[in-house]
Design a protein. Sequence first.
Length: 282
Amino acid sequence: MRPTFRAIVRIIALAGVTVILHPVYFLAGARRPKVVQAWHRAACRIAGIRVSLVGAPVREDSTLVASNHISYLDIPALASRVDAIFVAKADVSNWPGIGYLAKLAGTIFIDRETRKSASHVDAVSGQLALSRSVIIFPEGTSTEGDTVRPFKSSLFQAPFDLAPGIRAAVQPVTISYVSNPDGRPLTAAERRAYAWVGDDTLVPHLWNVLKREGVILEIRFHPAVDARAFGSRKTLADYCHGQTARGLSNIRRRCGSVSAPSAAGPRVRSDWQDNPVFSVID
C-alpha cells in the first residue's frame, strides 16, 4: 500500500472507531474505562503499533505507574494494556479533538508551575484514594529513546500522602520502539521517526507516522514496590529511574542498537526496567 493512501485509510478508520465508541462511552456507566481501553487498542491496531509485553501490569487498584517517555504514541500503547488515567501538561486539554478525548479519559492536567506542585500531588493522590491507577512520565519531557533522563520526584509524593490503610503500589515501566513489523531492528533514523522531540509539531509528525508500515513497541513492566518501603519520594523516584534505565539498556543491547549520546546530549522535548513474567505480541 502506498504510504499516503495508507495514512488516509488509517485516519478514516480512526475517525470511524471514535464515532462508533463515542456514544457507547456515555452509555457504559461504570464500564467507561473499558470503552476507553477499547479505543486505545483499536487505535494501536489501526496505526500499525504492535505492543510486545514483558512482565505484567499490577492487577490491583491504586497503582502509580512511572514510565520513560518517547512519543505521544506511548499513551495509546500503555492505555491499551493498563486501566489507568494519565497525567499530562495543561496545554493538551486545548488540543483540538485530542484534548476532548483526554478529558473523557479522566486525564489529570498540570501546568508544571513549581508553586502549584502541591495541588498536582493532591490530584494524583486523590485518584489513587479512589482506587484508580495513574500513569506518569516523570522525566518531564520526551526523548529519542536512547537514554532515560532523571526522574522528577514531585509526583512520587502522592502514594505517601494516602491514608495509612491504603497501599499504593508503584510500578516502574520501560518503553522502547524496537523493530519493524517484519522483525528487523529499527535503525536510529527509524527510531527517530517515532520519537516526538525537538521542534517536532504534532500534525506533520502524526501524518508521517501513519504513512509508515508500522512498528513493534516493547513495554517492560518491572516488579511493583510499596512506596512506604522507601524513606522518601526522592529515594522512590531514583529507584524507579534505575529500573527503567536498566530495562532500556537491556533492550537496546538485545536489539544490538545501543548508541552513544551526542556531545550535546540527547535531544529532548522541553514540554513534556529485569524480571520478565511473560512476553506476548498483539
